[in-house]
Design a protein around this ligand. Structure first.
Ligand code: BGC
Length: 431
């Protein structure tokens, strides 16, 4: 294995406020934890204590040579009560963002990442159309507060995963199991994104800045029929792709309405993304209405197929929509012992670098191991190991690989041999 990183692509790391910060109990996920839904009982109000340790984490990022960073802000911390903003929390984020930018690490800021303040959750969250105005008020406040430091924004992280897990599968707060509600949440999130897109650009313009970039971090999977010769399998693979990601992505980027997205006055044809944000992890192999994983394929520690070429397949599709620059806003893998993460990174970056796609950013998910929603502390995705007993950080071998790869601008046989020459686990599971 041998490749040069794509010219002009910055390599960074991504995180979400709830998964790292700790210290906030005023949100839907803390309530979910209190109800006993986190597999290993890990407490999100502890997480990796990044809120207090961000300077240490920044120093580690600098040592690793990270070139850009995607981070989130916690709405429930910033607006603990309806319409009441905590200026000290905002000042905290300003200080952190300023320090990152002083270190030469520009920030891509996520405004919503699966987490709602309790007061919003109690009045129906994104299932209620009227609540979009609350989200927009928060967005305006954030951009007015940090807009001089941040030019790039993600309005909403993975609205499809959020709507699916929280409103159809019942696995995330508020634990609903209704297809109708899932569609309503997707619709409201698409409308919220479209309105936020205009609002962020307008607010920054009023502040005198013209170089704003706004997008969504879409969770995009590669989908394949289990048996490509079987028309039923092909049918279900296409339906699954549409339902899970296709319709929503088209609504958000282009204002196109198609099932399961409903009508909303803000969802009208237009162009609502300055970059295509892509979170890519895996491929689904489909033979019916349910999701599946192919048999005898490489998988990570959560059983997700490892399929590097898929990152190019999903980027090509989304790029076809608006032909905007591509930001890989997340890519990474659950590898609890850090056996194959370096190989995973190398293979995904090779596929991207050898494609003709205009990929401008790659944000690895994630920097430090973190609090993985319902998986709690049991699923490790980080380049840096966190000992949850004492919050001690230790750079993993994959973190050292990332540093060396960034420094070298690519991977040669020697680097690959030293870090990546380990087999992936395989499964025996059927699709
Ligand atoms: C989410 C992250 C999550 C990651 C790994 C993505 O779907 O945006 O918050 O930690 O996947 O599960």
């Amino acid at each position: 294995m041998n490749f040069q990183l794509k010219n002009g692509m910055l390599l960074g790391a991504a995180s979400a406020a709830t998964q790292i910060e700790g210290g906030d109990q005023n949100n839907n996920w803390y309530a979910w934890y209190r109800q006993g839904y986190i597999k290993d009982g890990a407490d999100p109000s502890v997480a990796t204590d990044h809120y207090n340790r961000w300077r240490e984490d920044l120093a580690l990022m600098r040592d690793m040579g990270v070139q850009c960073c995607r981070m989130g802000v916690e709405w429930s911390r910033i607006e603990p009560r309806d319409g009441v903003f905590d200026e000290a929390a905002i000042a905290h984020y300003r200080e952190e963002i300023q320090a990152l930018s002083d270190a030469g690490i520009p920030v891509l800021l996520t405004l919503h990442h699966f987490n709602n303040p309790l007061w919003l959750e109690e009045r129906g969250g994104f299932a209620e159309r009227d609540n979009i105005t609350c989200y927009l008020r928060f967005v305006r406040k954030m951009v007015e507060s940090v807009g001089d430091l941040v030019s790039e924004y993600i309005t909403i992280n993975e609205p499809n995963v959020y709507a699916f897990n929280a409103y159809l599968a019942g696995a995330w707060p508020p634990g609903r199991k209704s297809f109708l509600e899932m569609g309503r949440v997707m619709t409201n999130m698409a409308a919220a994104h479209i309105e936020a897109y205009g609002l962020i650009r307008k607010t920054r313009l009023q502040m005198g800045f013209r170089n704003t970039r706004v997008g969504v971090a879409n969770h995009l999977r590669a989908f394949a029929p289990k048996d490509a010769g079987n028309p039923l399998h092909r049918f279900w693979a296409e339906r699954a792709e549409e339902l899970f990601q296709g319709s929503l992505t088209q609504a958000m980027c282009m204002g196109k309405v198609s099932f399961p997205i409903g009508k909303h006055p803000s969802i009208v044809p237009g162009r609502y993304c300055d970059f295509h944000g892509v979170n890519y992890y895996t491929r689904s192999t489909v033979s019916g209405p349910a999701d599946g994983v192919a048999k005898n394929c490489p998988v990570n520690d959560l059983g997700w197929e490892i399929y590097p070429q898929g990152i190019v397949e999903v980027c090509e599709k989304v790029y076809g929509m608006l032909k905007r620059p591509i930001y890989i806003t997340e890519n990474g893998t659950c590898d609890n012992e850090d056996r194959f993460r370096a190989r995973y990174i190398a293979e995904h970056l090779k596929a991207l670098s050898e494609s003709s796609l205009p990929v401008e950013r790659y944000y690895h998910w994630c920097f430090c191991d973190n609090w993985e929603w319902v998986e709690g502390g049991s699923a490790r995705f980080g380049l840096v190991h966190v000992d949850y007993e004492n919050q001690k950080r230790t750079v993993k071998r994959s973190g050292e690989f990332y540093r060396r790869m960034i420094q070298a601008g690519g991977v040669d046989e020697a680097l690959y041999g030293e870090f990546c020459d380990t087999p992936y686990p395989t499964n025996g599971e059927d699709a």
